[in-house]
Design a protein around this ligand. Structure first.
Ligand SMILES: NC(=O)c1ccc[n+]([C@@H]2O[C@H](COP(=O)([O-])OP(=O)(O)OC[C@H]3O[C@@H](n4cnc5c(N)ncnc54)[C@H](O)[C@@H]3O)[C@@H](O)[C@H]2O)c1
Length: 522
């Protein structure tokens, strides 16, 4: 493979252009014409199709997007053994060859990018701009990790002294299980899978039960790009399939993105040594958040208000990075609450396929009920400053809501809600805001609106979050520009889309050779 040009982010679509917009409708019609998709269990060259699970359109639950087979425990074992067998070939190929497969997969996705986005619109109710950005992010992961794998393969520079030669190389850890969420239905499953594959592991993917159709596209892209079927299997199913993978004694690495309770369970089970297991399992855990935006008295509210509303309500607040709490200086609190409430009360809640939609439905009935429960607590314990009055019938819609005056310790302030509900709290000053942030167990993203550089330095030094955004929205991390991931109970400090991420999938081996003359054996 000739050397790759420097990495650059995939440009998003220019949705304001009429020609681009009409392309979206054509792609959606093509995708609709192919529904319902069949998502098989794919192990090596074998495929088993069965309508055992369904994924539906959150905006119109009568529309079936995919019929999915549900992997059995026996299939989990077969997939892991198949991945193990792939290591001798795939794991020993030159890094440049594996990187070429990722670059080819990126080209496969680029050719189909609008249809992939259309599938996200249907399966996960991702509005067009978000769905397009998700596909771009998937392409970015492929291109970025392709380059990273070649760099990593060069090994580390070690100190050399006369009489010895020291080398360190990174080799694949073995079998990697990828367990994915639904909220970035192509990008996240693609990022974790691409990283595991390009470093030479045999990979088994367990997609979220809500988005198997999207995950199938990732496996197809990588296989079309040249990843051998043995090295990449797909095991659709529910949590039990993920749990069986985690327990399996031949799985070395578990790349998990999802909720805190499931992540903690995975870390606990992975720490047990199963009969026949001869290694320590590595868990890459990217978990939930309770993300706070601090607004100081000197903030520019023309900048802060739209950024807060966008960060809290885009994709109905279902981004791990979404804003959940605003901690605003008491001197400007009334003004900020008034302006955010005004902006939220006119948000356009609608179907994901409408370009005007600002807030789509949430993913499923359980999510709608969960958000409703927190909204009731907010109304009981505090005040509702804004709530959109009319939302469409039929889908899993939740009215975007702003709550204020909640007591410290309220579940609305402490727990991840993962829906369109934002709490605003008054604070005495930035220092008190930092104490509140520091008191949280989560540390994923955070924001600050302030004009004084000293305040920016102070908050930067004090905040534990993995990604702090200053004077801008707090979502939309870009591969290579904002390596993404949380600390504390939000994750074990891994940074997807950053320079260190691939190291989780390899083990370092150092070799020291005595090079003093000691005769030749012929
Ligand atoms: N930190 C990040 O980068 C990041 C990114 C996206 C989403 N998230 C988090 O993900 C959550 C939303 O996603 P979700 O609802 O799909 O999360 P989830 O934890 O419910 O499910 C994630 C995956 O785990 C599987 N699973 C469930 N139980 C399991 C078990 N016992 N063992 C193994 N696997 C099991 C599910 O089937 C699914 O594939 C939110 O908490 C969000 O903050 C975090």
């Amino acid at each position: 493979m000739t050397s790759l040009p420097p990495f650059a982010n995939e440009p998003i679509l220019e949705l304001r252009r009429a020609s681009v917009r009409s392309g979206l409708q054509d792609a959606l019609a093509r995708v609709d014409g192919r529904l319902a998709l069949q998502v098989p269990v794919m192990i090596g060259d074998d495929e088993r199709v069965a309508p055992e699970l369904v994924s539906t359109d959150p905006g119109n639950p009568d529309r079936v997007v995919a019929h999915t087979a549900r992997a059995t425990v026996a299939e989990v074992d077969t997939a892991v053994q198949t991945a193990r067998r792939s290591l001798a070939d795939w794991g020993s190929r030159p890094a440049s060859e594996r990187a070429a497969a990722l670059v080819a997969a990126a080209a496969w996705m680029r050719e189909r990018r609008i249809e992939l986005a259309a599938l996200e619109v249907r399966e996960c109710a991702k509005p067009w701009p978000e769905a397009d950005a998700d596909v771009c992010e998937a392409i970015d992961f492929l291109e970025y990790y392709a380059r990273g794998a070649i760099e990593l393969d060069a090994g580390a520079e070690l100190l050399q002294v006369p009489g010895e030669r020291n080398q360190m190389r990174y080799v694949p850890r073995g079998v990697a299980a990828v367990i994915a969420p639904w909220n970035f239905p192509i990008a996240i499953v693609c990022g974790m899978t691409a990283a595991a594959v390009v470093t030479g592991n045999g990979v088994v993917v367990k997609p979220a039960e809500q988005s198997p159709g999207c995950a199938l596209q990732v496996v197809q892209a990588l296989r079309a790009g040249g990843v051998p079927p043995e090295a990449l299997s797909l095991l659709p199913g529910e949590g039990d399939v993920g749990a069986a993978l985690v327990r399996h004694p031949d799985v070395q690495t578990i790349a998990f993105t999802g909720s805190l309770p499931v992540g903690l369970e995975i870390i606990r089970v992975a720490a047990e040594i199963m009969p026949g297991q001869r290694h320590l399992k590595q868990v890459v855990a990217e978990l939930g958040g309770k993300n706070c935006v601090i607004v100081d008295a000197d903030a520019d509210l023309d900048e802060a208000v739209p950024a807060i509303v966008f960060s809290a309500f885009t994709y109905a607040g279902q981004k791990c990075s979404a804003a959940a709490r605003v901690l605003v200086h008491e001197a400007i609190a009334e003004l900020l609450i008034d302006r955010v409430a005004g902006a939220v009360s006119v948000l356009d809640v609608g179907q994901a396929d409408r370009l005007a939609t600002e807030v789509p439905p949430v993913i499923e009935r359980d999510a709608q009920e969960r958000v409703g429960r927190y909204a009731e607590i907010a109304a009981r314990e505090g005040q509702i400053a804004a709530r959109v009055q009319r939302v469409p019938d039929g889908g899993w819609f939740c009215p975007p809501t702003v709550a204020v005056d909640l007591p410290r310790g309220s579940a609305v302030l402490e727990e991840e809600i993962f829906g369109p509900l934002l709490a605003i709290e008054r604070v005495r000053d930035v220092e008190q805001a930092c104490e509140i942030v520091d008191g949280l167990p989560f540390a994923l993203t955070g924001g600050l609106f302030a004009r004084d550089p000293q305040t920016v330095r102070y908050v930067t030094a004090r905040t534990p979050v993995g990604n702090l955004y200053v004077n801008r929205g707090i979502t939309g991390a870009m591969v290579g520009r904002q390596p993404f991931g949380g600390n504390r109970l939000s994750g074990n400090g891994t940074k997807a889309g950053g320079p260190d991420y691939l190291r989780h999938f390899v083990e370092p081996r150092a070799v020291t050779e005595n090079t003093m003359r000691h005769g030749l054996v012929v």
